[in-house]
Design a protein around this ligand. Structure first.
Ligand code: FAD
Length: 367
């Protein structure tokens, strides 16, 4: 395989490129704006689905592989770029969870360290937590990754690799098709030919597939978050209640997320979301009532049916591969998803059964 073009440079496009480049593939990435500034920057970075037991085995398989891989990835990128993605193992407490029995059964089945914990124990471990919660469940090994640093490190790593070219501020407008084969892309700076093309354009992937007359069910789902800056020891763990969470970074930044909105490609932060996120923050951690909100933003998740990403080749369009549609879990799923794609492209034994993610049978031809 002499040249691969990757369309989109979020965590999925960049990590796909990185893993292929480590295998001596020559990779050219195209990014409409600056690499890593969309959903992969905007997310919270919890290295677990929020309610892992609600997902299919397909999502669980990728999540588990990635969770084990993340610490190594963090160390590798830090050594290579001096940028620390801060993979921070804090654990996660779910408070007043209605599905405790499902969660415990799932954990037993999957061999994950999830357990019921006395609320008094949680209150001692997390003094800032609001009083009055009745029940708690903990998964002690959950980490969060500082995703803006992760994408910065990936970008820096790619820029150091001699067999990688990153074209930023260069949008792809469509694919070059010759017979039944995709042989490159049309870009704002001209055509680029390639042996293989990977579409990793996040929430925008569906728009590009439309240019081939294919309906890819990947849609933007807006998510807003707010940020506080507290003392470093204010919150030692991730806490989650009623679908809203607080994530501590190592330096005392606390992220509160998130909304789920169907608003097309609009990414404007709103006053309603700000008020609602602030209320959730105070409900979880009352001391935040006196703290200043130091950030508020929105990102577009690449929503897909059941949150199962599309990973694999596109039938009838040889040379075209998808790695998109990671919905709420793109940061946790990315390592496994990108390794699986690389395995498939390089004809190697795949890390997990690729069948559930295959585009075949999940796309509709508009023609
Ligand atoms: C508020 C919020 C909270 C989240 N929290 C978490 C979490 O805690 N844990 C977790 O695992 N996930 C979380 N996510 C989800 C996660 O952020 C996404 O699933 C993931 O970032 C998707 O990565 P991506 O690379 O596919 O997309 P993106 O990061 O959006 O990257 C796609 C890239 O493609 C580029 N592009 C688009 N069209 C073109 C084109 N035509 N030509 C060239 N380039 C193009 C875009 O500019 C963009 O840079 C969250 C998301 C949000 C919004």
């Amino acid at each position: 395989m002499s040249r691969v073009v990757v369309v989109g440079s979020g965590v999925v496009g960049m990590l796909s490129a990185y893993l292929l480049a480590l295998e001596n593939v020559s990779v050219v990435l195209f990014e409409r704006f600056q690499a890593g500034n969309e959903s992969s920057w905007a997310g919270g970075g919890i290295v677990s689905p929020l309610y892992p037991w609600r997902y299919s085995p397909a999502v669980t398989a990728l999540a588990h592989w990635s969770q084990d891989f993340y610490p190594r990835l963090g160390e590798q990128l830090l050594a290579q770029t001096q940028i620390d993605p801060e993979v921070y193992v804090t654990g996660l407490y779910w408070l007043d969870l209605d599905e405790e029995a499902e969660a415990l059964a799932w954990a037993q089945r999957e061999g994950r360290p999830l357990q019921s914990v006395d609320v008094a124990v949680v209150e001692r471990a997390v003094p800032a937590l609001a009083k009055g919660f009745g029940r708690a469940v903990q998964m002690a090994d959950v980490a969060n990754v500082r995703n803006p640093r992760l994408v910065k490190a990936l970008r820096a790593a790619l820029q150091q690799m001699p067999n990688v070219t990153l074209h930023e501020h260069c949008a792809v407008s469509g694919f070059i098709r010759e017979g039944g084969r995709i042989t490159g892309v049309h870009t704002a700076q001209g055509d680029m030919y390639a042996d293989q093309v990977v579409l990793a354009a996040g929430a925008w992937s569906g728009e590009l597939m439309k240019t081939l007359g294919i309906e890819l069910p990947v849609v933007p789902v807006k998510g807003q978050m707010i940020l506080y800056k507290c003392a470093e020891d204010f919150l030692p763990t991730i806490v989650l209640a009623k679908g809203r969470y607080a994530i501590p970074r190592r330096d005392g930044h606390i992220l509160i997320g998130s909304t789920l909105e169907h608003a097309g490609f609009d990414k404007t932060p709103t006053d309603e979301a700000l008020a609602s996120l602030k209320a959730s923050a105070i409900e979880l951690l009352p001391a935040l009532a006196d703290a200043e909100v130091v950030g508020h933003w929105a990102g577009l998740r690449p929503g897909s049916p059941e949150g199962i990403p599309f990973i694999g080749s596109v039938p009838g369009h040889d040379g075209l591969w998808l790695n998109c549609g990671h919905y709420r879990n793109g940061l946790v799923l990315a390592p496994a998803s990108c390794q699986l794609l690389a395995d498939l492209m390089l004809g190697r034994e795949p890390i997990v059964d690729p069948a559930p993610y295959a585009p075949a049978g999940r796309l509709v031809s508009a023609g």
